[in-house]
Design a protein around this ligand. Structure first.
Ligand SMILES: [Mn+2]
Length: 318
């Protein structure tokens, strides 16, 4: 048994947390860990709770996804607080209030921007996903079909279906072992990654129509305004995949998607293809992520935010 599972074994109350606006790896890792522990311990032995700020609809099929709590009651106390797929504490949103009261805090993550905020940090930058890292920590014979499905989901999403440069030989081997547990790759890949709602396609189409090139055609930018968000009554999950579609434009080194969260506040998603380190740029604006995929929030008018980001990318291109 690895150290963290020994700590869990000796504890009574366990809280599992992921980042705000959960993606596939966040959702997969918290659900996988929750299933893994629930398969081993009954409620009398351990009180285990799992929280996310929301549960995207395309992940509802995962076993026990319906047990994920989206409310954050006051005064919760945990012997062990497990924080997954988060590079910094502010990423857990409302659950930050529980952090000072937890006896032991454990962070399992793979972001290069990780700030090592927990008592125990298990961070592996070589892992494609938190799910891949989590798999290496688990005892293989205790991984049920439900846990395997959740782990596979996270690996699929963070590797962009095994095609991003973070996909290593080990990633494929682990994915293969999860298939041996009965996971259906087409169900997970088509059902959660490629399938788009009509609304997602409409907004994607809009972003492609409105996109523009910068820095001699090496950067592509697009923008989602509050006006558009209100028009479509859309949520953050409706913008999934847009940045990835921008990134595969021929001749592009970096892609930027700006989402107007409120007046003079933009959520910036960035991707790069070969050499621009978007993690460093995101971190310099208080965000984080990976070398090829990162994000941050910047205050200011659109023209100023765009200028700052393009300026930071241009410096790396010189
Ligand atoms: Mn991740």
């Amino acid at each position: 048994m690895t150290e963290i599972f020994k700590i869990i074994d000796q504890s009574r109350s366990i809280g599992i947390f992921g980042h705000i606006r959960p993606d596939g790896d966040c959702m997969g890792s918290v659900t996988a860990l929750y299933n893994y522990l629930k398969d081993q311990y009954n409620e009398r032995e351990k009180h285990i709770e799992v929280y996310l700020d929301s549960v995207p609809e395309n992940f509802w099929f995962l076993n026990r996804a319906d047990e994920i709590r989206t409310d954050f009651p006051n005064n919760n106390f945990y012997d062990v607080m497990l924080i997954l797929d988060c590079g910094s504490l502010d990423r857990i949103g409302a659950a930050q209030a529980y952090f000072p009261n937890a006896k032991t805090t454990i962070n399992i993550d793979h972001h290069i921007s990780n700030t090592k905020f927990a008592d125990i940090s298990i961070i592996d930058l070589e892992s494609s996903s938190t799910c891949e890292l989590l798999y290496t920590l688990m005892e293989k014979d205790k991984i049920s079909f439900s846990t395997a499905e959740a782990l596979y989901l996270g690996i699929v999403h963070d590797t962009g279906v095994f095609k991003h440069s973070n996909t290593k030989k080990r990633t494929m081997e682990i994915a293969g072992e999860l298939l041996d547990k009965g996971v259906s790759s087409s169900k997970i890949i088509d059902g959660t990654f490629y399938e788009k709602t009509f609304l997602q396609n409409q907004i994607l189409g809009h972003c492609l129509m409105e996109s523009s090139l910068a820095l001699g055609g090496r950067v592509i930018l697009s923008f989602i305004s509050q006006k558009l968000i209100h028009f479509y009554k859309s949520k953050p999950a409706d913008y999934d995949g847009i940045i990835d579609q921008l990134r595969i434009t021929k001749g592009i080194e970096a892609a930027i998607l700006l989402i107007e969260m409120e007046e003079n506040e933009y959520k910036v998603s960035m991707r790069s293809n070969t050499f621009v380190d978007v993690s460093t740029i995101a971190t310099s604006f208080g965000g984080g992520g990976h070398i090829r995929a990162a994000g941050c929030t910047i205050q200011g008018p659109l023209s100023e935010v765009t200028y700052q980001i393009l300026n930071a990318i241009e410096k790396q291109m010189e």
